[in-house]
Design a protein around this ligand. Structure first.
Ligand code: B12
Length: 220
C-alpha cells in the first residue's frame, strides 16, 4: 500500500478518536481493512495515537472527563472492527490473567495488551477494570495461569500492584507477574518485585515470553 494513503487513513482514525466521532471511527476502520492497512498498525498508530492527543488536550484543560469518555467510545468502535482481523498465532503459549487494579477504571491500554496476548496465542482470563486485589490471586489459582498481568494508570492505584505481587508470590513463586500502564516504569516494576514490564503493546508479548523462560531457568 502507498505510504501516503496509509498515513492518511491512520490520521483519520486518530481524528475520529480526538473528535469523538463514532461513525467516522467505524468508517475509517473499515477503510483500513478494505485497503489493506495492517489491523494492529491501525489500532496503535491510528486509534491509540489519537488517545495520546486526547491526553494532551486533557492536560491543557481543553477536554474534560465527559470528552475523554466519548473519545474512548469512538476508540472502542474502531477497535472492535479491527480486532477480528489481526493475525493470530495458533500455537498455544500459556494462560494469562489480566486486569486493571482496584480503584482504577482506565482500561484502554489493558484491552490492547489483552488483544496482544490473545493474538499471540495465549488464553486470556480478563478480570476487567477496578479489580479487587484479591481477585487476581483467586483467578490465578483457579486457572493455574503462568502469567498475571496488571495495568494501572494512576500513581495512587499503582501501589495496589505491589500488594498483589506479595500475595501471589507468597502462594506460588512460579507465577510470572507483569506490570504496565503510564505511571509504571521498569524501576517501579523491579521495586515492586515484578518479573516483567513493558512500556507499550509492541513488545509486551515478547517480554512475557522472556519472563516465563527466565523464571523457568531460575527454578531449574
Ligand atoms: C482516557 C482517560 C480516562 C478515561 C478512561 C476511559 C477508559 N475506558 O479507559 C476516563 C474518563 C474514565 C478517565 C477517568 C479519570 N482519569 Co484519566 N486519563 C485518560 C487518558 C487521557 C488516556 C489514557 C489512555 O487510554 N491512553 C491510551 C492507551 C492506549 O495507553 P495506555 O493506557 O498508557 O496503555 C499503553 C501502555 O501504558 C501499556 N500498558 C497499559 N497497561 C498495561 C499492562 C501491562 C501488563 C503491560 C505490559 C503494558 C500496559 O500498553 C498500552 C498500549 O501501548 C490519560 C492521559 C494519559 N496521557 O495517559 C488520563 C489519566 C490516566 N487520567 C488521570 C486522572 C487523574 C483521571 C481521573 C481521576 C479524572 C477525574 N478527575 O475524575 C479519573 C479517574 C477514574 C478512576 N478511578 O480510574 C490522570 C492520572 C494521573 C496520575 N498519574 O495519577 C491521567 C494521566 C491524566 C493527567 N495527565 O492527569 N480517564
Amino acid at each position: 500500500m502507498e505510504s501516503a494513503r496509509r498515513e492518511e487513513i491512520l490520521k483519520k482514525l486518530s481524528d475520529a478518536v480526538v473528535e469523538y466521532d463514532e461513525d467516522m471511527a467505524k468508517q475509517w476502520a473499515q477503510t483500513a481493512l478494505d485497503e489493506g492497512v495492517d489491523a494492529f498498525d491501525a489500532i496503535m498508530n491510528g486509534l491509540a495515537a489519537g488517545m495520546e492527543i486526547v491526553g494532551d488536550l486533557y492536560d491543557k484543560q481543553e477536554y474534560f472527563v465527559p470528552e475523554l469518555l466519548m473519545c474512548a467510545d469512538a476508540l472502542y468502535v474502531g477497535m472492535n472492527i479491527l480486532r477480528p482481523h489481526m493475525r493470530k498465532d495458533t500455537q498455544k503459549k500459556g494462560q494469562v490473567v489480566i486486569g486493571t487494579v482496584q480503584g482504577d477504571v482506565h482500561d484502554i491500554g489493558k484491552n490492547i495488551i489483552k488483544l496482544m496476548f490473545d493474538v499471540g496465542g495465549f488464553t486470556v482470563h480478563d478480570l476487567g477494570r477496578d479489580v479487587p486485589l484479591e481477585n487476581f490471586v483467586q483467578e490465578q489459582l483457579r486457572t493455574d495461569s503462568e502469567i498475571v498481568a496488571m495495568s494501572a494508570m494512576m500513581t495512587t492505584t499503582m501501589m495496589g500492584m505491589k500488594k498483589v505481587i506479595e500475595l501471589i508470590k507468597a502462594k506460588n513463586p512460579n507465577v510470572a507477574i507483569m506490570l504496565g500502564g503510564a505511571p509504571v516504569t521498569k524501576d517501579v516494576a523491579d521495586l515492586f518485585g515484578a518479573d516483567g514490564y513493558a512500556e507499550s503493546a509492541g513488545n509486551a508479548v515478547q517480554e512475557a515470553i522472556k519472563m516465563i523462560s527466565r523464571l523457568r531457568e531460575m527454578h531449574r
